[in-house]
Design a protein around this ligand. Structure first.
Ligand code: AMP
Ligand code: ZN
Length: 112
């Protein structure tokens, strides 16, 4: 499958990994939008949030708790922002779901 993040999971494209287990991988974003910006992805290919199914409930929770734990391990006690973009109007550019975690600058609202 021609998927950038599946290639990172397979080790075919390098990434600055933060964490890896059987189900998820976390790595620094290549174009950081904050001093700390990493992505948490499932190892299993899921194209968009709309493709999550009830069988993925535990996996979705694992992604969220991995984001929380890594943010805190990276010293984000002052706060952090979690974003998931879905489809074109949502700003998604890589069609393998990923949770953005951004921190270490003041976030503003509304996001662009
Ligand atoms: P999105 O626009 O929500 O689909 O986010 C995709 C993210 O993947 C963007 O923030 C990109 O900077 C990031 N990205 C693209 N290619 C790579 C890569 N090879 N390694 C790490 N992050 C990447
Ligand atoms: Zn993929």
């Amino acid at each position: 499958m021609d998927c950038l993040f599946c290639k990172i999971v397979a080790g075919e494209i390098p990434a600055r990994k933060l964490y890896e287990d059987e189900h998820v991988l976390a790595f620094h974003d290549i174009a950081p939008q904050a001093p700390l910006h990493f992505l948490v992805i499932p190892k299993k290919h899921i194209s968009t949030l709309n493709d999550l199914t009830v069988e993925d409930t535990a996996l979705a929770g694992h992604i969220l708790f991995t984001a929380q734990r890594l943010a805190n391990e990276q010293g984000c006690e002052a706060g952090f922002r979690v974003v998931m973009n879905c489809n074109e109007m949502g700003g998604q550019t890589v069609y393998h779901i990923h949770m953005h975690v951004m921190a270490k600058r003041q976030m503003t609202w509304p996001p662009g």
